[in-house]
Design a protein around this ligand. Structure first.
Ligand code: SAM
Length: 321
């Protein structure tokens, strides 16, 4: 005698639920076994493919994600992976890690993704159905090369999305007025409004002209981003003690800045992790840079421009004794 069909259906339903739970458990087990490569009091670095580690991170536990993936520009990476995929292959791969990032982000959490505009278009379209779009930040490239039949590409995109309409954290900061480094005169004409200006400086727009995208120096082959870029993102979108995730560690800029700003972090890097370990073990250089960045924000004029402006007789706000 065969069982009534509704029994059979419910039996198969239960079997498939159990199978998917076992599959999930297997994945989590596997991730637990992947020991971190390096640990500090605030963070853990995994030497692995991010698609192996991300599924092991609990849902809605991360406050801020910064991701700077390979741009698929046929670059040679030490990790031996192809950086020359078709659009559909690159997006198929990207959607996998983007989905994981969306899953692990806390409600109100923020994700920033750095890439060239060609890929930002696809990323923004994909993420718009899952998160809330806040900004497409343009980071001025400084040195760009002309390309035939096109306007010269001159910015990197930094997409900023949040889980839910309102970010949980948005610690507004300000920048000094942009001045000429030779004479101290301001570039923009503020007319008669100078003395009404906020003494903490001007608002930060979605065009970042004051940041060198890639830091010059010895970690260039890792596409090391500037400390200033990470300082801005981390200070705006997290507080001390928050958890930051970067699935594409490179030279470890995100982790170095997170450490110095008292944030917790999870890092993943498929290639060589030696440079990250060295950087985190000897943080003096990054600390020095951060110190300089801090000195030059939330002021109307930097110390250097005040000196020049005094010398050349330009307006300066009255200092109350
Ligand atoms: C553009 S670099 C990141 C640079 C980093 N933001 C910095 O400031 O140093 C991208 C990094 O992602 C790593 N990578 C590529 N595919 C990966 C994957 N599937 N999982 C983890 N890391 C990966 C590459 O080895 C490379 O170091």
């Amino acid at each position: 005698m065969s069982a009534p069909s509704e029994y059979e259906e419910s039996y198969y339903e239960k079997v498939s639920v159990i199978a998917s739970l076992l599959e999930k458990e297997k994945k989590e087990e596997k991730v637990k076994k992947l020991k971190e490569e390096f640990k500090t009091q605030k963070g853990k670095l995994y030497h692995a493919d991010c698609l192996e580690i991300l599924p092991g991170i609990k849902s809605e536990t991360v406050d801020l994600i910064f991701a700077d993936p390979p741009f698929n520009l046929k670059k040679e990476y030490a990790n031996g992976r192809s950086d020359n995929l078709s659009v559909s292959q690159y997006m198929e791969w990207s959607k996998k890690w983007l989905d994981e990032c969306v899953r692990v982000l806390k409600p109100g959490g923020a994700i920033y993704i750095y890439n060239i505009p060609k890929w930002c278009i696809y990323y923004a379209e994909y993420l718009s159905s899952k998160l809330c779009f806040q900004n497409w930040i343009a980071i001025d490239m400084k040195n760009s090369f002309p390309i035939k039949d096109k306007y010269t590409p001159s910015h990197y995109g930094l997409l900023y999305f949040t889980k839910g309409k309102k970010p949980r954290i948005f610690n507004k900061q300000r920048l000094p007025i942009q001045t000429c480094r030779h004479c101290g005169g301001e570039y923009k004409d503020y007319g008669g409004y100078k003395d009404k200006m906020n003494p903490l400086g001007v608002n930060i727009s979605d065009v970042w002209y004051d940041i060198f995208p890639v830091r010059k120096g010895k970690n260039r082959i890792y596409n090391e981003l500037s400390v200033k870029l990470l300082d801005r993102v981390i200070s705006f979108s997290s507080n001390e003690g928050d958890l930051i995730l970067d699935p594409f560690g490179g030279s470890g800029t995100t982790f170095a800045v997170a450490e110095l700003m008292n944030r917790n972090w999870i890092g993943i890097e498929l290639g060589d992790c030696g440079v990250i370990k060295n950087r985190l073990t000897a943080p003096d250089k990054d600390e020095e840079i951060l110190e300089r960045i801090r000195r030059d924000k939330n002021v109307l004029f930097t110390k250097k421009s005040i000196k020049l402006r005094k010398k050349n007789g330009f307006w300066l706000p009255e200092v109350k004794e």
